[in-house]
Design a protein around this ligand. Structure first.
Ligand SMILES: [Cu+2]
Length: 312
């Protein structure tokens, strides 16, 4: 009996040691594969929730599979163990209903708090309307009269392996969504054709863009930088070719950018809205052509900003 206890405690020590070594050395290696912590208060909260729930599931996993392993080894038939005979144990039934219920409530309370906070778009300092198109995004700065389209910048040569793929392959656009840091920005989200989803992991923002319906979300970025995302709703052939790129600038730089854009973009966008629709039509018509993607890329790019085509 004494031997058994010492065996058991050395086993616990081994497991504890393994967990300790793992958490110190491997954590930094695993982190890139984990959910990003992000650059907003909400994204940090989402990350913390994710980790808490991950640890809870780890503990449950260890307990359940540990109990199974122990009983498989210790109480096996070959050892002459006779099964316990109990039926309709009220206490056990109460226990295995109550314990998961308590765990779920324990998870639901902090999760609901974060969800409510995520949905609270009140007191936003500025509003941006995002519209999904097959296969590009349109950004309208409601308070600043800025309006532009954002199209994939990766060249078709890279896509078809005719040239080396760059670091931001399929995650780069001609016109980035420029946002200020430390300002609450409300984002209205809709679509012009099919379901899309606007997703930027570092901002913990991901919502469907639904035609005929306006979704809303908000963000307040804490750190200047470039944050990349993608369309996250299968929206047709070029679903993988409509990335989202957000450039977060400090407030002063953002204000300077707004001044610079000014009326120039308003004038530009008025000419674009009809030509983009035409280009989408052309895209559908050219589906059967031999290099449709290349042709379509040209069409969209031409519609958006003829002078910036350098990708072909
Ligand atoms: Cu899409």
């Amino acid at each position: 009996m004494k031997q058994n206890t010492s065996k058991r405690s050395s086993g616990y020590l081994l497991i504890g040691g393994m967990i300790g070594v793992f958490s110190q050395n491997a954590w930094s290696e695993i982190q890139p594969y984990n959910m990003p912590e992000g650059v907003t208060e909400i994204s940090h909260k989402v990350f913390d929730l994710h980790m808490i729930i991950f640890y809870i599931t780890c503990v449950i996993g260890v307990l359940v599979f540990g109990a199974m392993a122990i009983s498989l080894l210790r109480d096996r038939k070959s050892k002459g163990v006779t099964p316990a005979k109990f039926h309709e144990s009220t206490f056990l039934e109460f226990l295995w209903t109550a314990v998961p219920f308590v765990i779920l409530i324990g998870i639901a309370i902090p999760a609901a708090k974060v969800l409510i906070e995520m949905e609270d778009v009140s007191d936003a300092e500025m509003t941006i309307k995002v519209t999904g198109y097959q296969w590009l995004w349109r950004y309208e700065y409601i308070d600043h009269d800025i309006d532009f389209y954002s199209v994939l910048k990766t060249s078709r040569d890279e896509i078809y392996n005719r040239s080396e793929k760059n670091e931001n392959y399929l995650l780069e656009v001609d016109n980035e969504l420029v946002l200020p840091t430390n300002r609450k920005v409300r984002i209205l989200l809709t679509s012009n054709d099919v379901l899309h989803a606007w997703w930027v992991p570092d901002l913990a923002l991901k919502k469907d863009a639904i035609p005929g319906y306006i979704n809303q979300m908000w963000t307040e970025i804490q750190k200047p930088g470039i944050y990349r995302g993608q369309c996250a709703e299968l929206c047709g052939r070029d679903h993988g070719f409509m990335p989202v790129v957000v450039r977060a600038l400090p407030p002063e730089e953002f204000d300077a950018w707004v001044l610079k854009q000014g009326n120039e973009n308003v004038a530009k966008s008025e000419g674009i809205s009809t030509s983009t629709l035409q280009s989408n039509k052309t895209m559908a018509e050219t589906k059967a052509s031999s290099t449709p993607a290349k042709k379509n890329q040209k069409n969209i790019a031409a519609a958006v900003e003829p002078q910036t085509i350098t990708t072909q």
